[in-house]
Design a protein around this ligand. Structure first.
Ligand code: SF4
Ligand code: SF4
Ligand code: SF4
Length: 412
């Protein structure tokens, strides 16, 4: 076996056979990152290192372009944080340029009727995950709690550590959260038949293509590179499009939602809210720059003072790290796991970059996300007025399911 096996029913990646030069790079990448062989968990990292472009995401963008002309549907899009700091790579911007409003303008120009920010979904994940963590700490049960927003990690856990499934947070991922809200809360509020909504997730991730195939309100997933293809196919000149704001009701997220795109971001965000929920006061300043969980390293750890609890926290990138640290995982209370190097900003749906420059690009994307969190007025999910309104008028009335997605998946 000189290369990774890609089965026909793989929902995330494909191979163009005529392009393959049998160099073995994909096998090396898979083994280096995940320490697995021929048991694909859809991370797509082999796309980024295949020298001949033989491995590609399973493209969905052509279907979306067709739907954009179909007057029977409203085609809406939700956008993950890491896309806005990478789409510029395709159009001559400096790496790490923050192009949030430009991206919204482009999506509207392409014909999407509504453009929402997945950071709103991340805020819901943070709110729910912080509460779940506190309950587990009180009950001293199912610790460490593992984060659940990376679908490749969820697949890996199910395959290799089935006895740890109860440690996984039951929260839906940010796209799962906002997807549920678009098809219920938003649709109800605006009197739209949810069956007439085609909801597209624009993400840096190819694994989300697998995630939405199970148990999700999101209909299609496209990557940052697919957005670039759509822009080119439609002949849109990126730099001439007017910047726009996200649509509202479920439009904007907090700074906490934004840093989800970087390794350590989920941890920092959840701990800000957990501190507030436990102590009924804003977290101290160091929670807004948790340097010990930031950055590219595959294993980071720290102890966080939540007053009532001294929380042992670990942040893991690349699934090979799980095996390397297997013996000490039970020493922690909270563990964030992301499959891609550096977190989602290093996802396989991001623009292709020369391998020697990958680290530099990831670093610049990370800087852009944290810089923008720093400049946000609302840094905490619990302070986001749109989140407060959604809880008061909808979520607290039990009108939407924000949990148990993985449990359902596991039982399938
Ligand atoms: S890295 Fe690409 S070219 Fe090399 S063996 Fe794998 S698919 Fe083929
Ligand atoms: S997508 Fe990820 S898990 Fe699947 S073969 Fe490629 S590197 Fe390995
Ligand atoms: S780390 Fe992010 S981009 Fe990578 S597989 Fe997980 S969710 Fe997708």
């Amino acid at each position: 076996m000189d290369r990774v096996e890609i089965k026909k029913d793989n929902l995330a990646i494909d191979r163009i056979e005529e392009r393959c030069i049998h160099c073995g790079m994909c096998l090396k990448t898979c083994s280096n990152n995940n320490n697995i062989e021929n048991d694909c968990i859809n991370c797509g990292q082999c796309i980024l290192t295949c020298p001949s472009g033989a491995i590609i995401p399973k493209y969905a963008y052509k279907k979306i372009l067709n739907y954009l002309y179909d007057t029977n549907y409203e085609v809406m899009v939700i956008t993950s944080p890491a896309v806005r700091v990478a789409i510029g790579d395709e159009f001559g911007f400096e790496p790490g340029t923050f192009l949030e409003k430009e991206m919204v303008g482009i999506l509207k120009k392409l014909g999407f009727s509504k453009v929402f920010d997945t950071t709103f979904g991340a805020d819901l994940t943070i709110m729910e995950e912080a509460q779940e963590l506190i309950k587990r700490l009180e009950a001293k049960k199912d610790l460490p709690m593992f984060t659940s927003c990376c679908p490749s990690w969820v697949q890996y856990l199910k395959k290799y550590y089935p006895n740890k499934i109860s440690n996984l947070s039951t929260c839906k991922s940010p796209i799962g959260m906002i997807g549920a809200m678009v098809k219920s809360y938003y649709a109800e509020y605006n009197e739209i038949d949810p069956h007439k909504i085609i909801l597209v997730a624009l993400t840096p991730c190819v694994s989300k293509k697998e995630e939405i195939a199970h148990n999700s309100d999101v209909d299609y997933c496209i990557t940052t590179t697919e957005l670039a293809m759509m822009i080119r196919e439609r002949g849109i000149i990126f730099k001439t499009v007017s910047p726009l704001d996200f649509d509202s009701l479920i439009g904007n997220g907090s700074g906490s939602g934004l840093i989800f795109g970087s390794s350590g971001g989920v941890t920092e965000a959840v701990l800000r809210t957990a501190y507030y929920l436990i102590n009924k006061e804003k977290a101290p300043q160091e929670f807004y720059n948790l340097v010990k969980v930031r950055g590219e390293e595959n294993f980071k750890e720290t102890i966080i003072d939540l007053k009532k609890y001294q929380l042992k926290v670990a942040v893991i990138n690349q699934l090979k790290t799980i095996k390397e640290k297997e013996k000490i995982l039970n020493d922690y209370d909270f563990i964030e796991v992301m499959t891609c190097p550096g977190g989602c900003l290093g996802g396989a749906g991001q623009p292709l970059v020369t391998i020697s420059k990958l680290n530099e690009y990831r670093e610049k994307r990370r800087k852009a996300l944290y810089e923008n969190d720093k400049n946000q007025n609302i840094k905490d999910s619990y302070e986001n007025p749109l989140v407060i309104e959604a809880y008061n008028t909808y979520i607290n009335k039990g009108k939407v399911i924000l949990h148990n997605c993985h449990k359902e998946k596991i039982n399938n």
